[in-house]
Design a protein around this ligand. Sequence first.
Ligand code: MSP
Length: 486
Amino acid sequence: MSNYYVTTSIPYVNGEPHLGHAMEFIMADVLARRARQQGEMVIFSIGTDEHGGKIAEKAAELKLTPKALADQMSARFSQLAQSLNISNDRFIRTTDAGHEQRAQLIWKALAKNIYKDKYVGWYCTGDEAFFSEAEVKANNGVCPSHNRPYEKVEEENCFFKLSAYNDQIKKAITSGDLLILPETRRNEILSTLKDGLTDISVSRPKQKIGWGIPVPGDPDQVMYVWFEALMNYITVLGYPEHADFKKFWPANVQVVGKDIIRFHAGIWPAMLMGLGLALPKMLYVHGFINVDNKKMSKSLGNYISPDDVIAKYGTDAFRYYFLRHIPSYNDGDFTWETFEAAYNNELANELGNAVQRTVVMAQKYQDGVIGDTPPPEHDIAQYEEALAVCHFDRALDEVWEQVRGLNQYIDEEKPWEIAKQGDTDHLREVLAYQVGSLLQIADLLEPFLPDTAAKIKAVFHEGLITPLTGTLFPKQESTATPEPAQ
Ligand code: MSP
């Protein structure tokens, strides 16, 4: 049995969880569940990123302390994980005492690569990121993602010697030691590395940003939030002394979104190299979810709460849509219409009916007794290959090939005709084949739709039918906003 460690990025607690956060949780959950199913020992960690100016600003706006806001919002992310049936083993908050103490240990271990200098440049609190003169000029002084002017910053900061690691990082990525998927993202970071990484500011003056972890031995400085947040991936395992850290680092897969790749494929590997630690084996970078083909945002009024979708369609339908209909290697779109179409056509009609027809026929013709089922026949190599490279959409396509194949088999075999002819042996074979196929489908679905998989297995448990209460995916009324009257 080997060890498997998978992480998501840790969302900021300045706002409510959205569809993007939900998708990231689900993708990592599939990897964790699949690894457990394969008999691996798994640690799956998620959490929240709670320090920095962005949180402090939002808290001030709401007349809360940053910690009170963080407590409130971190609980919302934790609830979302529960509603999505996320099987995380850990939930780290960067305000946990353990994280704060271990972050200081990490800082000290990296101190040989840290020096004090004056930073003159620009900062966007929305991104919690520093920007160069050229970047700011290209955007006419206004951050396009946050629609606010960059702040001019001139301050005494601690700098991390990122530039020293440029070549080593490039080598790790090109050799595949650090596998970045998809390839487009890998190329993107390689082109950044071609230009060369520059040293980065890793602290902020305490008088400007009070809400952060103090820099050891420098009471006037707090750690730059990104530098500290990245450390969560090892503090959560108990770096440096805990057995979990020794057993589970390096991570097998780190799941992040496309906007934070340079932190994870540039700064984070350099920090690990500075600590003398191995790099994660894989960085999987997902795209962005748009709503009705527009960037999702509260100000555009197209914000959709994951809770609303789950309340109407259930957890597994939510997981299904974001794993199959948002391309794993690209941006994707959510609309109520496409969601409903996938729900009705694929979950209710194709999967739901394959189960329902089999149950009904086994009850009608054999009093619910199925007997032995044949061993799985379907070749799952492509499913496995897809999962190995986080192509969740393709893995589900493969499962659906089998679901459709099964419905076609039923249509062609016509068990109702075999029953009419009274060929009971052949009928028993056909129904046993159907059940065997559904049990294999349930196994393949387990990492994706854990509840549905468990229900299918329960229905056919030990060769006897135990009917479901209700249907797997009951038909739903449309939620789409009606077209305005002409
Ligand atoms: N706090 C940092 C991460 C620190 S990790 C050490 C952060 N937080 S975030 O809340 O802004 O984003 C969390 C994750 O959600 C990121 O992986 C980000 O890419 C993802 N998404 C944010 N908006 C998204 C969409 N619209 N669609 C899909 N994912 C998106 O960055």
